[in-house]
Design a binder for this molecule. Structure first.
Ligand SMILES: Cc1cc2nc3c(=O)[nH]c(=O)nc-3n(C[C@H](O)[C@H](O)[C@H](O)COP(=O)(O)O)c2cc1C
Length: 170
């Protein structure tokens, strides 16, 4: 069985950058969530905010990785209107049952991360082995190596059903 899969949705690349850093640090496979909704510009921003607030689950491309084959799936989302991004809601609604164990991370402007990390756990029906919230300023300044290393240490070394959620960076 392969060990770890990192999955994320990213509109402007920040969540993707963090996903790549996590995948690199724990030698994981990486998959991006893709949808067909135009999200560029002001209209795209408004559409995205509205979908997030209404808990919409837009169509997404089928996962390219066999989610159930991994011992841990790490899922990342940007915060949209104090909610997870709608394509991530779609992914969890479709694949959460196949995830054996989960960890979550989010990127944000500075508000709503705690709620989103709680929502991700609630929707998945699983307690996260670890959680991580990164403000976009930290990402833009390239200062996320250490928080990511701490996040990875939380689940590397954990075995079986031993679970403890941890929030590592605000
Ligand atoms: C529609 C929309 C709504 C957002 N709402 C919030 C929010 O409620 N709180 C927050 O801290 N940041 C919010 N943001 C900022 C993003 O969470 C932040 O820029 C994130 O790092 C973007 O990730 P990405 O580059 O992977 O798309 C919002 C961004 C968008 C596009």
């Amino acid at each position: 069985m392969k060990r770890i899969l990192v999955v994320c949705y990213s509109r402007t690349g920040r969540t993707r950058r963090v996903a790549e850093a996590i995948a690199l640090q724990c030698d994981a496979d990486l998959d991006g969530i893709k949808d067909r909704v135009p999200r560029q510009g002001q209209l795209g921003y408004l559409r995205s905010a509205l979908q997030a607030l209404l808990h919409t689950t837009p169509w997404i491309q089928p996962a390219r990785r066999p989610v159930g084959d991994y011992s841990l799936v790490i899922i990342g989302t940007p915060v949209w209107g104090w909610n997870m991004a709608s394509p991530v809601r779609s992914y969890l609604s479709r694949y959460a049952d196949r995830c054996r164990r989960v960890a979550f991370f989010c990127t944000c402007g500075g508000a709503g991360a705690d709620k989103v990390l709680a929502d991700l756990q609630r929707l998945s029906g699983k307690r996260a082995l670890a959680t991580l919230a990164l403000p976009r300023q930290v990402i833009d300044h390239g200062q996320f190596d250490e928080p990511v290393a701490q996040f990875v240490r939380r689940f590397n070394g954990q075995r079986g059903e031993s679970v403890s959620g941890a929030r590592l960076a605000a």
